[in-house]
Design a protein around this ligand. Structure first.
Ligand SMILES: Cc1cc2nc3c(=O)[nH]c(=O)nc-3n(C[C@H](O)[C@H](O)[C@H](O)COP(=O)(O)OP(=O)(O)OC[C@H]3O[C@@H](n4cnc5c(N)ncnc54)[C@H](O)[C@@H]3O)c2cc1C
Ligand SMILES: *[C@@H]1O[C@H](CO)[C@@H](O)[C@H](O)[C@H]1NC(C)=O
Ligand SMILES: *[C@@H]1O[C@H](CO)[C@@H](O)[C@H](O)[C@H]1NC(C)=O
Ligand SMILES: *[C@@H]1O[C@H](CO)[C@@H](O)[C@H](O)[C@H]1NC(C)=O
Ligand SMILES: *[C@@H]1O[C@H](CO)[C@@H](O)[C@H](O)[C@H]1NC(C)=O
Ligand SMILES: *[C@@H]1O[C@H](CO)[C@@H](O)[C@H](O)[C@H]1NC(C)=O
Ligand SMILES: *[C@@H]1O[C@H](CO)[C@@H](O)[C@H](O)[C@H]1NC(C)=O
Ligand SMILES: *[C@@H]1O[C@H](CO)[C@@H](O)[C@H](O)[C@H]1NC(C)=O
Ligand SMILES: *[C@@H]1O[C@H](CO)[C@@H](O)[C@H](O)[C@H]1NC(C)=O
Ligand SMILES: *[C@@H]1O[C@H](CO)[C@@H](O)[C@H](O)[C@H]1NC(C)=O
Length: 666
């Protein structure tokens, strides 16, 4: 699975029968297998593009769609498949086996309903995305076959299961020359459907799992350990590699997230972010197929503008990354501690994190004022532990005691302290427990836990599509320096938690300029400046499943957005984290990219004048829209250019004078 690879010399690759382009830098043998001009022959559909002259196809007002006369004929797909060495898939939605018709299979449907979600089925599926409403929910598995129908919906029409750079190049060229919507899917974890798309050709990077450990690596001002990593390596696999090579890398929190795909591309926050920066601060160089189909290295000295954009400017925008050289650090211990208190002596719903959970002595606040005072004491203390390199994950969860039927509020926080031993962590946190005791929330400081193998369990099981909707805000560190503003900020958080329908989740980290180090120190990167200067990434989750009820979805969205307005009011210059955000975020260009937007938009234009790469709320995406039938934004429809004069113009809601909003309620 995760292969520790040696770099094979070009001559030995020739012995393996592979064509290698000598002189082109790459990290792995699979990247030596490239599309040559001589491969094109009379198959013009796979020819390279020229960004200087553009191409005719992109003049069309929409991408071509199955059923159109311009959609490639079966023989053209077959010819593409031949050039791909047979890697072209035409996958059905997994749920198809549950619906009456030629694909119906009771046994497979049973497996889907009972077993798929506990294993690797969905992570290994070529089309599944983990937020199912983004696909249009056109084929959700059901227990009893009814008269329901299953359609492809927002899933791609074809998928290239790539294992070589040549296959990536072929897919990019074919999509560009044939005016087909192109999608990149790694793990499908994206919350806003940015790895799905109706009528698309998808590049599936899941199997690019090569890895090589570099004990000594020098690049620019960097001198230290590093890893060569294929973009398909998942987080749990990266933890296994850390165990194996006795080193540390900055990776995502959950095991199946694609650390080297969308996570890094969008910024990527981590347990180690207050110590070593964002995921986007880690690559020293990247290998990438650009929109013209060419394969290039992006680094401080090669395509530096692309290097800037690919680190924090979002996935699916500037190219398909195939591998990178990623900073590594000596092995460290990460010590965990936890505290929890609530307003009722009743069993609360337990949220939080799996694995490595320390003992959890529950505290009680005898009245609600005291409870919120306690929460404020914790929020204030986040400044202390993030300055010491720590990361805190807190949850405010309303609950109803099943016996007394009384409403209660639970506060739970788990903290991870890199490079600190249990005794030090215990001592570091004692003042926090003392402060809480002083206001009448006495609690035992638990024994911190310091597992040798920190992070998620070393198996990537258990991911399945969900229906959560959420919205977020980055709260600036400067809000913590002014007591009045600090209290206004925590008051806005309290209002959200007390609304009763949401779980508030605070990620407390401070990945500032100092933690980022080289290459950020030399050439910067595209991480949202609002994230760089934040002390909390505030998430508000609405776990209610509204099904496909448009009116309810719209009302719920309006309501949630109203609460986020409270956070916006105390952070007007800030923004939101693009990987974990509401895709209808008002003025999203400013919110997700801040002052980097104009530069990123010009890099996008220079590298992709065709609009080959497109996904919701990515740089330049405002030029296009999905014409989907649902009354909320999904990927279930044709991708068309926004007509001059402002798109469909059928929007209602939003439009509170907050700038260019996406008017997507049809
Ligand atoms: C359970 C869960 C836990 C999470 N935990 C964290 C967390 O701890 N910290 C955090 O910051 N975020 C977290 N996220 C959010 C995460 O950062 C995003 O979901 C991210 O988009 C995932 O990237 P992916 O490659 O795994 O997913 P995908 O959905 O496959 O891809 C995401 C986006 O990146 C693009 N992309 C992927 N690979 C490439 C590539 N090689 N080249 C170009 N574009 C590419 C895709 O086209 C898509 O637009 C979490 C999400 C989930 C569902
Ligand atoms: C393209 O070239 C192949 C051989 O390389 C040939 O068999 C085929 O007929 C050609 N097709 C066209 C349309 O010219
Ligand atoms: C592509 O070719 C392979 C090998 O011949 C075949 O198994 C596969 O079904 C083909 N894909 C499509 C979409 O026809
Ligand atoms: C599927 O799950 C059921 C019930 O949880 C279990 O009894 C069965 O053994 C599982 N089957 C497989 C193939 O894992
Ligand atoms: C399915 O359709 C048939 C024929 O239209 C109808 O008789 C039957 O009641 C339907 N079943 C369900 C469960 O809706
Ligand atoms: C994709 O390719 C990998 C590597 O060749 C292979 O193991 C896997 O089975 C393929 N997946 C599908 C769905 O064809
Ligand atoms: C509730 O707690 C606050 C803060 O600790 C305290 O000032 C107040 O007296 C308490 N109220 C009641 C009714 O106990
Ligand atoms: C947190 O840090 C501040 C400033 O360094 C210090 O004054 C305060 O006492 C610390 N708080 C606790 C609870 O240790
Ligand atoms: C502190 O914040 C308050 C509320 O936003 C503001 O009115 C005040 O000017 C700020 N004080 C300073 C010194 O910035
Ligand atoms: C939660 O949402 C439901 C449905 O939108 C609504 O009926 C209910 O009043 C809400 N509860 C609270 C406490 O706001």
């Amino acid at each position: 699975m995760v292969a520790a690879m040696q770099i094979i010399s070009p001559s030995s690759l020739v012995l393996l029968g592979l064509v290698v382009s000598i002189g082109n830098c790459h990290n792995f043998p699979f990247e030596g297998v490239q599309l040559q001009d001589s491969d094109i022959g009379n198959f013009s559909a796979i020819d390279f593009g020229d960004a200087a002259t553009g191409s005719g196809a992109h003049q069309q007002s929409c991408k071509t769609f199955p059923g159109d006369t311009t959609w490639p004929r079966p023989d053209e797909w077959a010819r593409l498949n031949a050039t791909l060495s047979g890697a072209l898939l035409k996958p059905l939605p997994p749920g198809a086996v549950c619906f009456l018709g030629p694909n119906y299979d009771l046994g497979k449907c049973d497996f889907l309903l009972k077993n798929a979600s506990s294993g690797r089925f969905y992570v290994n599926d070529p089309v599944t995305v983990m937020t199912q409403w983004t696909q249009g929910q056109t084929c959700v598995p059901v227990a009893n076959p009814t008269n329901g129908t299953c359609t492809q919906g927002g899933f791609p029409e074809y998928v290239v299961n790539v294992t070589t750079v040549k296959q990536v190049q072929l897919a990019v060229n074919f999509a560009r020359n044939k005016n087909i919507r192109l999608v990149i899917k790694n793990t499908g974890h994206d919350f806003n459907g940015r790895s799905a798309g109706a009528g698309s050709l998808s590049i599936w990077t899941h199997h690019l799992k090569d890895f090589e450990y570099l004990a000594e690596y020098n690049a620019g001002d960097y001198s230290g350990r590093a890893g060569r990593v294929g973009v398909g390596v998942e987080t749990w696999e990266a933890y296994k590699l850390m165990d194996q090579y006795d080193m540390t890398m900055v990776v995502a929190g959950a095991g199946t997230v694609g650390t080297f795909g969308g996570w890094m591309a969008g910024g990527g926050h981590s347990v180690l972010s207050s110590a070593y920066g964002f995921g986007a601060d880690q690559p020293l160089s990247l290998e990438v197929v650009t929109a013209d189909g060419r394969f290039v290295t992006a680094s401080p000295t090669s395509h530096p503008d692309l290097f800037f954009a690919l680190r924090g400017g979002g996935g699916s925008t500037f190219g398909v990354v195939t591998s990178m050289i990623y900073k590594a650090y000596p092995r460290i211990r990460v010590t965990n501690t936890e505290l929890s208190f609530q307003t009722l002596e009743a069993a609360p719903p337990r949220l939080g994190f799996i694995g490595n959970r320390p003992p959890n002595p529950l505290g009680f606040a005898t009245n609600i004022t005291k409870f919120w005072e306690g929460v404020d004491i914790y929020w204030a203390f986040t400044k202390n532990f993030t300055a010491a390199g720590g990361a805190g994950y807190s949850f405010l969860t309303p609950f109803v005691d099943p016996v007394s039927k009384k409403a209660g509020m639970n506060f739970l926080m788990t903290v991870r302290m890199p490079n600190m031993l249990p005794d030090e962590v215990f001592a570091f946190y004692q003042p926090l427990f003392d402060s809480l005791a002083a206001i009448g929330i006495p609690m035992q400081n638990p024994e911190p836990v310091s597992p040798i193998n920190w992070g998620p369990p070393r198996s990537g099981d258990g991911q399945k599509p969900g229906t959560t909707r959420f919205s977020t805000r980055l709260l600036p560190a400067t809000n913590w320096n002014n007591r009045t503003l600090f209290l206004e900020t925590t008051k806005a958080i309290r209002a959200i938690a007390e609304s009763g329908n949401y779980t508030f989740h605070g990620v407390s980290i401070q990945p500032n300029e100092e933690t980022a180090r080289y290459p950020y120190s030399a050439v910067g990167n595209a991480v949202n400046p609002a994230f760089r200067h934040a002390i909390m990434h505030a998430d508000v989750f609405d776990y209610t499943d509204y099904g496909k009820d448009e009116a309810k979805i719209e009302a719920a969205h309006e309501k949630l957005d109203g609460y986020i307005d409270g956070l916006r009011a105390v952070s007007p210059q800030s923004g939101a984290y693009l990987n974990e955000a509401d895709m209808l975020e008002p003025n999203w260009q400013q919110a997700f990219f801040g002052s980097n937007y104009p530069r990123l938009a010009s890099i996008k234009k220079a590298y992709d004048p065709w609009g080959v790469f497109w996904a919701e709320t990515t740089v330049g995406s405002e030029a296009w829209e999905v014409q989907n039938p649902e009354g909320w934004p999904t990927q279930n429809g044709r991708l068309c250019k926004v007509s001059p004069g402002g798109g469909k113009g059928k929007g209602k809601g939003k439009g509170k004078g907050k700038g260019p909003t996406r008017k997507r309620w049809n």
